[in-house]
Ligand binder design. Sequence first.
Ligand code: DMJ
Length: 455
Amino acid sequence: MFRKIFVNGLLLALTFTFGIGHAAPEKMSATEAHKMAKHVQQEALHAWRDYKQFAWGHDALKPLSQKPHDWYGKSLLMTPVDALDTLLIVGLKTEAKEAQELIATELNFDQDLNVQNFEITIRLLGGLLSAYQLTNDVRLLALADDLGARLLPVFNSPTGLPYTHVNLKTGKVSGKVSNPAETGTLLLEFGMLSKLTNKAIYYDKAKQALSATFQRRSTIGLVGSAINVETGAWENSNSHIGGGIDSYYEYLYKCWRLFGDQDCKNMWETSIASVNQYLADEVNGGLWYGHADMNSGKRSNTHYGALDAFMPALLVLSDDLPRAKRLQDSGMRMWRIHSIEPESLDYASMQVTSAGYPLRPEIVESAYYLYRATNDDRYRLMGKELFEDFVKYCRHETGYAALKDVRDKSKEDSMESFVFAETFKYYYLLFAPKTALDFDNVTFNTEAHPLRWRR
Ligand code: DMJ
């Protein structure tokens, strides 16, 4: 009888302490973390070997058809450049060396291609600069300088807001309707190039583009989702923190963190106050960030998705741990509906509104930042759950494949280069010893390329 009461009492106490069904303490041993890091490294190697076998020298691997893919018809080595710093960080030295030599000897920007400034900046310019800082290979810096010079014409608009596209050979620009992510996610890369080459123009042009975006915020401090770079007029007033705007906020804070630029800090503080006032949303006890009209602040929809999931990481960096933790918990709720997060979810009804999963990293990026800030194993356990689902549903016999639909887990013939630059890197860093990367002294660009500058 006594035994029964004692056991029941113990069970009750455990239930209150850890929650029903979660009786295990939230701990991950150093041995298990080491095993996880090793597992991530092996999976990155699996994806890299298949890129090498079926798409070597091309922008990307199509994992289902085992065919190469080049974004613009000719290769700009998108996957090797995006992957190089990750290969170094996860300790795949031979693979890193092969990628480095391929880039240094084959990458040629003197090509008649109309490229998207934003993607080329965050993946190639960011990747080259970060790899240069990790290897001291001056050939990589020379490539970055050549690329930077070819991209510069984008800033020649009447407002200083960049055109979306530029021809790498002729400098001809196109694309006058852009968005805050594309106009405002350039300063980390151009700024670092400026510091490393002593060419002020790179910093000045990218900073002017960021400031010009900020100056056009509404009277309540929000930005919209489409802006005309020739007139500076907004063409879409829908405001949110997701794709097309996301990394604009990220760079407002990070250009302060990396370069100590006080203007950036001021712009960030003004902006985040409005974001928290008008976009943050409380639903059923959970914190989310939804959409609202940039002028009236009126809620336009309750959508949150895989791209929005970068926000907890940014909140951690900018010292708002309470919101960061709550938002990450919401992200996990989104992930757990189908054991892989969708591109977009209506958080009011918890219905999927866009069902793809292109192997995005943002939710694990946030788990990594939260772990760094709190040392709480809860975030490593979160990462373990995410990684196990990721391997279970996205690993293919050739590389990793995006999901067409997270509900039925059907695959798509695509493996974006950011799976190397970001997804594998953040998973690895979450489980690896802290010495794997000097987190406090680097700032990741939006493609997870760590950059370092002493102020
Ligand atoms: C990456 O290319 C960058 O992180 C960008 O800012 C948006 N997201 C993709 C990966 O999801």
